[in-house]
Design a binder for this molecule. Sequence first.
Ligand SMILES: O=P(O)(O)OC[C@@H](O)[C@@H](O)c1c[nH]c2ccccc12
Length: 271
Amino acid sequence: MTILDRINDHKLLEIARRKEQTPVERLIDSYGYRLERHSLVESIRTSKDYGIISEFKRKSPSQDNINIDADPALVSKGYQDAGAAGISCLTDVHFFGARSNDIDVVRRSVKLPVIRKDFILDSYQLHEARAMGADAVLLIAASLTAGHLDDLAAEANELGLEVLCEVHNEEEVAKISPEVNIVGINNRNLKDFSVSIENSLRLGKMLPPGLPKISESGIEDPQTIVKLRYEGFDGFLIGTYFMRQENPGQACADFIAKVREIEGLYDNAIA
Ligand SMILES: O=P(O)(O)OC[C@@H](O)[C@@H](O)c1c[nH]c2ccccc12
């Protein structure tokens, strides 16, 4: 049994419990449900700071404590000031240590598009995401059949949520539905945690044309951004590298400045 299987099994129990506690009608009635949405696709496309999506993550199954007591308001504002194109916020409590109001705090703290980062297996979680004020959701192809992925993506779009579909191998690329808005190639194998940037390079060439593509996980070198941009990547999802530093927002700003510096050197060399 892989860690992804364990998380999904746990998630199904959690969903059943949550449905009993909070019927979907209550979610539909909530304040967050009525908020206006921000487009992550637009924000990535127009970003002048390399389409970086910065993540708020306290811990993960692969690294127990990243920044367990971080302040979501401070961190997300820091990311916004640094020039991030969006914020990804973990909402899984059991495996990622999210606190139940983290995403609400992030939503209230920034104007940027916010992704609800969780293990979505049921349309109830899409209603929850909307009630949380999220603008986009993550759908993990490894956890869903092609048909289920297509149904959830269509329903997310009907609810005004954009879909970031995460793939890790060829088989998962084949599941990408026309309802998906952004494709993310995960460099981390969720089954054994190994990380390889080469995965983005290899799978990047196989994606449907026209969809924005982002590279996710294990990124900590500005040089990687320069290289992947050259290969046509529009955005990058970075969590641990920023979160484990004293001031994640500053770390994000420094990182963006470094990318700019390296791209400048290349441009000058070519001119
Ligand atoms: O912290 P990293 O290595 O920079 O990775 C961020 C993000 O890609 C990672 O948190 C992630 C990618 N896919 C996921 C699915 C569920 C939970 C988390 C993730």
